[in-house]
Design a protein around this ligand. Structure first.
Ligand code: ADP
Ligand code: MG
Length: 806
C-alpha cells in the first residue's frame, strides 16, 4: 500500500478572477522514490506541493495518507502532519534570519517537545549530513545560496519525516551547487519519498526516478505510475521499513510549543536586534514616563496640599464656645456660610423687587448652652468621621493655682489674665486676652507630634498629671514675659534647652491650701509671703518639664495650634477639677450670689457660672476646638455639627465659629483644579502610551510575517504563533515599563532638585514602589492587549501567503 495517494484533487482560487489551479489530479506515490514534477510556470506545481504538504487545502477529491482519508482533518491534524511527516525545502530557503543555522534546524523540534540535548545532537548530525558541520553558529546571511539550501534541507530532514517536498530547490543556485543539492536529495530518496518541483528537465532526468509532467492543472504524463499489480509486487519484494508509520503517527500526533520555548524564541529574536528593541521599548515607555511623572507629582502635591491644609487648620480650627460670636447662620446654603449676605436662595433674582434681609447684628447673637449631650455628640466625631478629624481639644476655663520657682524666689504663675469668662480656647492671636502661657494639650499625642518636634537632649512627650512641656516657635523662641512668669527675669545670660528639661519648675496647689477662709465667709488667695511654704509643702502636684515642643518648619506660615508657653496634660485638668469641685471655696461659691473672694455681687448669672468655672467647681468644658484634617473634612465636620441642631429650638442650638471659612473655599477650589488637571494629564499619557504600544506591536508582527509562514510550514499551530507574539509583547512591555520607571525616577530626582532650589519645596515628586510595580505590570498588560489584535492577525495569516511575503 502506498504512503500517499491523491484522487481527483481540485483546487480553485477565487481572488478576483477564478483560477482553476488544479483540475482533478490523481497520483499515487511510493514510500521511497525521487519524483520530479515538471511543467511551465503557473500550471499548478506549487499548488500541488502545498496541498500535499498540508499547507493549503484542496477543494474536492481526497488525499489519502497511509490509506486514510484526510477529508475530515482539522487544523491541528494538519499541523501535526506537517510537523511529523513533511519536510519542506523552498526555492528561497526561508530561513529565519535572526537565528543561527543550528537554531534554524532545531526549531522544527522545539515544536515536537524533544529535549534540548537530543534536539541539539540531531540538528548537528543533520547539518553534518549536508556537509555544514563547521558552520553551526553562522547566521543565514553569512552563507552562500547553496549552503543556505543545504541548511533548509537539514531542517527538512531533522525530524525524520516520511516525505520531503522541494519547490524549485535549485531555482536560485548555479549549476555546480545545484548538483550538490540534487545529490543530497537523491540520497534522501533512498529511504523517503522526495517530491521535487523543477524547471530543469536535465536535472530531473539525471537524478529522479520518476517524472510527472503537469499542464494547466492536469497530469500530462507520468513516467512510472503505480499500477495495481506492479505495486503489489513491489510491496511484496520490498517490505516497508516503517509500515504505516505516517498513519500511526497521525493518530497520536499533536505538536505544541511550550510557553518557555515561545519566550526563549522571542527573547532571542529581540536580542538579535537589541538597538531596535530598545528604541521600541523606549517609544513604549514614553507613555509610562508620563503617567509615572504625573502620579509622582500628584502624590507629592496631594501630600503637600494635605500638609498645608492640616497646618492651616491647626491654626484655624472649628471653635465652639459658650459666648459664641456667631458669624454664620445655623443652616443656610454654603454661600451663606462664607459670610456673604446675599440673601440665601442661591439664585440671582430676575424681578425688580428689592429684597430686605434681617439686621445681621441681630441675627448673629447667640449663646451656646453646652450640654453633656452635646459633648457626647462631639465625642463621637472621631468614630463617625475618622478621616475628617485630626484632634479635638477642650478648654474648661479653670484658673489653676500654679506657683513657679525658676530662680531663687517662688512666684505666682498666673494662669489667666481675665477675671471672668476663663480662657476660652481661642487659638493664638484670636483671643482678646493677653497670653497666659498656660494651656491644655489635645489628648491626641500623634496629632501633636505630627506638627511639633521634641527638641533638646532627653526631651520627652509629657504624660500623666505631673508633667508639662514648653512650647517654642520654629526659631526656639519664647517671650520674655513667659520667663518672667517662671521667675527667671533676674537671671541673665544664655539659656540652654537642657536648663529646663527634666526640671520640676512648678507646682499646682489645691484650692483648700491656696485659699484661706476669713471670718465674713469670704476667701482670700495666698499672699506672696506664703508662696515658698506652699511650693515646698506636701499638698499639690509638682510639675516637671518633660520636654520641649517646637513647631515643625514646613515652610508654611502657620503658627501652630499650641499656645507658646507651658502645655499640660488633660490628666492634670482632671486631677485639679476632681479636687477643686470638692473644695470649701467651691461649695461656698455655689451657694452664694456674691463673689466669695471680692465680696461683690454678680451682675449677671453667667458671671457666677464663669467664676465657678474658674474655681474648678464646674467640670464641663467651656469651649472646644475641632481640628479637621483638611478642608473637605472640615465641611463634613460642619455638616455633622449642623445635624445636631436640626429640629431644635433656637435656644438649644449650638453654633460654631469657622475661622478658616474664607480661605477654605479658595483653597478647595485650587485643590480641585489641580487634581482635575493632573487626572487629565494622566489620562492623556495613558491613551498616548496605549496607542504607541499598539502601533509598535503591530509593526513588529508585520515584520515577522515571513517567520510566521516558516513556523507554520514546519507544523506550528496557530496557538503557538500567538504564544510567540504574546511572549514578545510581554517582554517588550516589561522592558518599556522598567525603562519608563527608571527614566521617570531619574526625572523626579531632577524635578525635586529644581523645585527645591526654586520654590523650596522638598521631595514634591515621589513615586511609590507599589505604583512603580503597578505601572510595570500595567505596561505589560497594555502591550499584551495591544498586541492581541496583531497577534491574532498573525495567526490567521494563511501560511502560503505568509511564506510569499518578504
Ligand atoms: P506554479 O507553481 O506551477 O508556477 P502555482 O501553483 O503557483 O503555479 O499557480 C497555479 C495557478 O494558480 C496560477 O495561475 C496562479 O496564478 C494561481 N494561484 C496560485 N496561488 C494563488 C493564490 N493564492 N491566489 C490566487 N491565485 C493563485
Ligand atoms: Mg511555483
Amino acid at each position: 500500500m502506498s504512503k500517499l495517494k491523491l484522487t481527483d484533487i481540485r483546487k480553485s482560487y477565487h481572488s478576483g478572477e477564478v483560477v482553476h489551479a488544479l483540475k482533478g489530479v490523481s497520483l499515487e506515490f511510493r514510500e521511497s522514490e525521487f519524483v520530479s514534477i515538471l511543467g511551465p510556470s503557473g500550471c499548478g506545481k506549487t499548488t500541488l506541493l502545498n496541498i500535499v504538504g498540508g499547507l493549503d487545502r484542496y477543494d474536492e477529491g481526497d488525499l489519502m495518507l497511509g490509506g486514510k482519508s484526510t477529508k475530515h482533518f482539522k487544523d491541528k491534524d494538519w499541523d501535526a502532519y506537517r510537523n511529523r511527516s513533511i519536510g519542506f525545502v523552498f526555492q528561497n530557503y526561508n530561513l529565519i534570519g535572526h537565528q543561527t543555522i543550528l537554531q534554524n534546524v532545531e526549531i522544527a523540534m522545539t515544536l515536537s517537545g524533544i529535549s534540548v540535548n537530543e534536539r541539539r545532537a540531531k540538528a548537528k548530525s543533520a547539518l553534518q549530513s549536508v556537509g555544514l558541520g563547521d558552520k553551526l553558529n553562522k547566521r543565514p546571511n553569512q552563507l552562500s545560496g547553496g549552503q543556505m539550501q543545504r541548511v533548509a534541507i537539514a531542517r527538512a530532514i531533522v525530524t525524520d519525516p516520511d516525505i520531503i517536498l522541494a519547490d524549485e530547490p535549485t531555482g536560485a543556485l548555479d549549476s555546480q551547487t545545484s548538483l550538490q543539492v540534487m545529490e543530497i536529495l537523491k540520497d534522501i530518496s533512498k529511504t523517503k519519498l522526495v517530491i521535487m518541483v523543477t524547471h530543469n528537465a536535465d536535472l530531473a532526468e539525471e537524478y529522479s526516478s520518476r517524472i510527472i509532467h503537469l499542464r494547466d492543472g492536469e497530469v500530462l504524463s507520468d513516467s512510472r505510475p503505480i499500477l495495481q499489480d506492479a505495486q503489489e509486487a513491489e510491496h511484496a519484494e520490498r517490505p516497508s521499513s516503517k509500515p504505516q508509520s505516517a498513519g500511526a503517527r497521525l493518530d497520536v500526533g499533536k505538536t505544541s510549543m511550550s510557553p518557555a520555548t515561545a519566550a526563549a524564541l522571542s527573547f532571542r529574536n529581540l536580542l538579535t536586534k537589541k538597538g531596535r528593541t530598545l528604541i521600541t521599548a523606549f517609544a513604549g515607555s514614553i507613555g509610562i514616563i508620563g503617567v509615572a511623572l504625573v502620579l509622582a507629582l500628584s502624590n507629592g502635591l496631594s501630600n503637600y496640599i494635605g500638609n498645608l491644609q492640616a497646618e492651616t487648620l491647626s491654626g484655624l480650627p472649628l471653635t465652639v464656645s459658650e459666648n459664641a460670636q456667631q458669624v454664620q447662620a445655623p443652616s443656610g446654603p454654603p454661600d451663606a456660610l462664607t459670610g456673604g449676605s446675599g440673601g440665601g436662595a442661591g439664585e440671582f433674582p430676575t424681578g425688580d423687587v428689592l429684597n430686605v434681609t434681617e439686621d445681621p447684628a441681630e441675627a448673629e447673637q447667640h449663646v451656646n448652652v453646652l450640654t453633656p449631650a452635646y459633648f457626647d455628640y462631639v465625642d463621637k466625631l472621631p468614630v463617625e468621621l475618622p478621616d475628617a478629624v485630626n484632634a479635638i481639644s477642650y478648654a474648661n476655663g479653670i484658673e489653676m493655682n500654679v506657683l513657679a520657682k525658676g530662680g531663687d524666689d517662688v512666684v505666682k504663675f498666673g494662669t489667666s489674665e481675665t477675671a471672668a469668662g476663663g480662657g476660652a480656647a481661642l487659638p493664638p492671636g484670636m483671643g482678646s486676652a493677653a497670653p497666659s502661657y498656660w494651656s491644655e494639650l489635645p489628648g491626641d499625642e500623634d496629632y501633636v507630634r505630627s506638627m511639633y518636634d521634641l527638641i533638646g537632649e532627653g526631651s520627652r512627650y509629657p504624660s500623666g498629671a505631673g508633667e508639662v512641656a514648653i512650647v517654642v516657635n520654629s526659631y526656639n523662641e519664647v517671650d520674655k514675659a513667659f520667663l518672667d512668669k517662671l521667675g527667671l527675669n533676674g537671671a541673665d545670660g544664655e539659656r540652654k534647652l537642657t536648663d529646663f528639661i527634666g526640671r520640676p519648675l512648678l507646682k499646682a496647689v489645691p484650692n483648700d491650701a491656696y485659699y484661706a477662709e476669713s471670718a465674713g465667709g469670704l476667701f482670700a488667695p495666698a499672699g506672696a509671703d506664703r508662696y515658698a511654704d506652699l511650693y515646698s509643702g506636701s499638698e499639690g502636684t509638682t510639675l516637671t518639664v518633660a520636654g520641649i515642643l517646637r513647631l515643625k518648619d514646613t515652610g508654611s506660615s502657620s503658627s501652630g495650634f499650641l499656645t507658646p508657653g507651658l502645655v499640660y496634660t488633660p490628666e492634670l485638668t482632671q486631677a485639679v477639677t476632681d479636687d477643686a469641685s470638692g473644695s470649701a471655696i467651691a461649695a461656698a461659691q455655689r451657694s452664694s450670689d456674691r463673689d466669695v473672694v471680692s465680696g461683690a455681687p454678680f451682675a449677671e448669672e453667667t458671671l457666677k457660672e464663669a467664676r465657678l468655672q474658674a474655681l474648678g467647681a464646674k467640670t464641663e468644658p467651656t469651649s472646644l476646638n475641632i481640628y479637621p484634617t483638611d478642608f473637605a473634612g472640615k465641611e463634613e465636620v460642619k455638616a455633622y455639627l449642623d445635624a445636631y441642631n436640626e429640629g431644635k429650638p433656637e435656644a438649644e442650638r449650638i453654633l460654631y465659629t469657622d475661622l478658616s471659612d474664607v480661605i477654605g473655599s479658595v483653597v478647595q477650589t485650587m485643590i480641585d483644579t489641580v487634581s482635575y488637571v493632573l487626572t487629565g494629564f494622566a489620562a492623556i499619557s495613558l491613551v498616548v502610551s496605549t496607542i504607541m504600544i499598539g502601533i509598535i506591536t503591530y509593526v513588529s508582527v508585520l515584520e515577522r510575517t515571513k517567520e510566521i509562514g516558516i513556523l507554520r510550514s514546519i507544523g506550528a499551530r496557530k496557538k503557538d504563533i500567538s504564544r510567540l507574539f504574546n511572549a514578545e509583547t510581554l517582554i517588550v512591555g516589561f522592558t518599556a515599563g522598567a525603562l519608563g520607571i527608571g527614566i521617570a525616577y531619574l526625572l523626579t530626582l531632577a524635578i525635586n532638585a529644581v523645585l527645591n532650589n526654586v520654590l523650596d519645596l522638598r521631595n514634591l515628586a515621589e513615586l511609590s514602589p507599589i505604583q512603580a510595580l503597578i505601572l510595570v505590570l500595567g505596561s505589560m498588560l497594555l502591550t499584551l492587549v495591544a498586541g492581541l489584535i496583531p497577534a491574532r492577525a498573525a495567526t490567521q495569516k494563511d501560511p502560503v501567503t505568509a511564506l510569499r511575503s518578504e
